[in-house]
Unconditional design. Structure first.
Length: 202
């Protein structure tokens, strides 16, 4: 049986330590902690699953005292769908970044070699902004809709849209490009570190 929990973990080291501790809890067959998405994916035997989840929370609190595991977002089937959506977002990250870089390059080329007007440049950079920042904008909207405290996605959205509003379109696109590239590299680094840690002898 598998469930997905929302957790208040936002750094790689804490996520890895919680994952290590939770993996030693009896009846747990697999556990993955994603600090990027602030979620914990728990697989355990169906019998006594709630007790196992409570034990996982207790184990996690030995690493982070104020750890919170919110109620499962969905049953097994929906949790799989939720995880699949996140996996899709990760798989498309390279294409979104590539599109944003291409838009930036085309805009610079049009501006410096053809003297393109601001409207044309705004359209080119705007397309790049929508492509590279769609995931960031959606995360910011969801957070605002749920009346949660501002996070980095909301701040990045404000910075990028603010730059566009004052006519600095390339700078607005660059803000989200650097942010997305950083997130992608950080995510890959965590995956590599997690794989090495699992492969290491106990």
């Amino acid at each position: 049986m598998r469930r997905t929990y929302r957790i208040n973990v936002d750094d790689a080291d804490t996520a890895l330590e919680i994952e290590k501790k939770a993996g030693k809890v009896p009846n747990v067959t697999a556990v993955t902690v994603s600090f990027v998405h602030e979620k914990l994916y728990l697989e355990a035997f169906e019998e006594g699953f709630d007790r196992t989840a409570a034990a996982v929370l207790a184990a996690g609190r030995t690493v982070k005292k104020d750890l919170v595991m919110e109620e499962p977002t969905a049953s097994c089937g929906c949790a799989d769908e939720d995880e699949e959506k996140e996996s899709w977002a990760e798989r498309t990250a390279v294409w979104r970044i590539a599109f944003g870089l291409a838009a930036a390059a085309i805009g610079i080329w049009l501006e410096y070699f053809y003297g393109a007007d601001r409207l044309t440049l705004g359209a080119v950079y705007g397309l790049g902004l929508l492509a590279v920042g769609c995931n960031v904008f959606w995360g910011a909207l969801v957070r605002v809709a749920h009346l949660k405290a501002p996070d980095e996605k909301l701040l990045m959205s404000i910075a990028a849209l603010g730059a566009f509003a004052i006519g600095e379109c390339l700078e607005g696109l660059a803000v989200l490009l650097f942010y997305e590239i950083g997130e992608y590299l950080e995510d890959r680094a965590v995956d590599i570190r997690r794989s090495r840690k699992r492969a290491a002898p106990p």
